[in-house]
Structures are given as C-alpha cells and as structure tokens.
Design a binder for this molecule. Sequence first.
Ligand SMILES: Nc1ncnc2c1ncn2[C@@H]1O[C@H](COP(=O)(O)OP(=O)(O)OP(=O)(O)O)[C@@H](O)[C@H]1O
Ligand SMILES: [Mg+2]
Length: 345
Amino acid sequence: MAVFRRKRKTVGLDIGSAFAKLVEVDHGGDTPELTRVAVTPVPPGAMTDGEVTGPGRLRALVQKLGETLPAGTAEVVTALGGHDVFIKILSMPSPSGAPKGEAVRREAEHHIPFDLREIRLDHHVLGTDPDDGSADVLLVAAKRERVEARVALLGGAGLGVSLIDVEALALHNMLLHNHPEAADGMATLVNVGHEVTSVNIVDDGVPVFAKGLPFGLGWILDRLRRARGLTRSEAEQALRHRQYGTELASVVDTVAGHVVTGVERASEVITTRSPQRGIGRVYMSGGGACIPGLADYVARRVKVETRLANPCRRVQIRPGVAAHWALDQAAPMLGLAIGLALRTT
Ligand SMILES: Nc1ncnc2c1ncn2[C@@H]1O[C@H](COP(=O)(O)OP(=O)(O)OP(=O)(O)O)[C@@H](O)[C@H]1O
Ligand SMILES: [Mg+2]
C-alpha cells in the first residue's frame, strides 16, 4: 500500500475572456494523464483583461464546471494574467548564497511598479554566483485585490484554490513539459487568445520575456459576425473552416500581421540584451493558433521555424476523455489549463 503517495490529481482552471477550461491530470503513473476536460463559453464582458467583470455570471459558470468533477474534489490551480501581474528576473547582490524573502522584498521595491502593501509577492531563486556574490531571482507579483477576487469567485462557486499561478509561467510549464527541446537555447511561445495575445520567450529554460498584446481572435470574430449577421459560434465555425470570404481574409491577415509585429518587437528586446541570441523557434498556442495558415504565415514573415505547441504531446489521454472532444482541434486552447494541471501541489 502506498502510504506516502503524493497527491495524485491536479485540476487546472483557466478562465479566459471567451472560454473557461477545466482539465484534470492524474500524476499517479509514470506519465501525467489527462482524465477530464470541460470547456464552456464565457459570456461577453464577464472576464476582461484577466479581471472578473461579471462575477455573478462567472460564478454560475465556474460552479457548473466544478460540478463535472467527482464529489470530494475541492481544490483547483488557477492563474492570473493581465496588467495587474508582474514578472521580472532580477540579478541582486547575495553574498551568502540564496537570498532570503526579506532581502528579495527590499530589492523588489526598486523594480515593481505597484505599492508593495497592495501586492502578493513570490520569488524563485534561479541560481547563485558565488564568485561575484549575486543571485538571479524570478520575481512574481500580483495585486492583492486581484488574488482575493479570484479566491472569492471560486469560493462562491464551491471550489477551493490550492495554488494561484501566473498565466505566463503556466504556459511556460506546458511548453517545457511537452517540448523539452524548447529548453535548449531560445524559444518563443505565442498564445493567441480571444482578447489577448501573449509573447513569452524562454532562454535555456528560463522565462526571460513575457508581454501581453491587446488583440486576439475576438477582433476577427466581431467583424465576421457583423458582416454576415452570424452568431458567435457560427462565426467561430466559419473561421475554423476558412469560410470567410476575401473581405475578411484581410482582417485575418491584419491580426496575423500584429502577431508578427509582437514577435519582432520581443525579438528586438532580446537582441538588445543579448546580441546574436534571436528568438529561437516559435511555438503557438491558444484557440487563435488554430486559424488555418497562421503558423505558416508567422514562419514566413519572421523567418524562423514555427509550429503548434501540443499540450498533450507528453500527456497521456485517458480513453473516453477524447470521445467527447476533438482533442486535436481543441488542444491548443487547453494549453494554459494543462500547464496549470501539470503542477503537483
Ligand atoms: N479550432 C479552432 N479554430 C479557430 N478558432 C478557434 C478554435 N478553437 C478556438 N478558437 C477561437 O480562438 C479564440 C481564443 O480561444 P481561447 O480559448 O484561447 O481564448 P480565451 O483564453 O478565452 O481568451 P483570452 O486568453 O484572450 O482571455 C476564441 O475566439 C475561439 O473562438
Ligand atoms: Mg486565454
């Protein structure tokens, strides 16, 4: 009998502006296994830039997702993103090994654009250099009220929170678990969502750049709906099957162009910091990555190898889970939720 077995299952919950995704991963075997997937649309305006703007509607929706879990599953891992979350890597003096929390907090005051009394701060020591007595520290800060709002939302829906992650780091986790080669040199992950597209750069496995850009698939879908008088889901189907006509092809191209500009700007920042590094290979995730031809377009324009990140590449799928789901189609939008569920808390 396994007396000291670690907690077997982790539930990841990603509440996006278009879809909320709940996934459960079983960590009991040699390879993590996806045992549950539930996705539900989020009403427009209920979640904006990572902020809960329609708490009543969201609570009902999260409760419904929570009810798909077996009785007794009380806790989930969820993530915050958007403007009120801040990630930075600091190099700080630390003559006697890894810096302690208080020293990091004092150093953080110089780097964080928020009042320290209003934030929740966390850090992770990436490495120390005994020769020059310095340490590299990954600093993560989130507005306290945002953390509290999320805990309250989930609590109201009957769910506890075992961990609040940061979107960029959960995506990073998903990428490195499934594509370990991305930890070798530089790699860029572009997550195209409904309202936000995020660009994340990894240097030898360390997240060195994360930026959210204010556009996504919603922009294209709105135009498609207005031009054709379609419902949201009809517009999604039309986009998915490229049935949008030439007038909208140019809107799709515009968004693809914005994605390219975002990647190029990130590349400039990285190249300024470390010339010759480039952005490595580009991986794409998020529902928007499913637009046919987007990855090829980015590859052609940025001139680097570009591919879809597969959040289930090194995650087994329990038979039956895929039965309800065209997982190959839906997988890119599950990247963040799977990154959350890959945490063993
Ligand atoms: N297979 C697909 N083909 C084309 N579009 C898709 C596909 N799957 C999802 N989408 C669209 O991709 C968009 C982004 O989906 P995603 O779930 O990543 O957004 P979100 O996480 O809710 O948004 P955000 O992260 O910006 O808040 C949605 O508008 C959705 O309609
Ligand atoms: Mg999203």
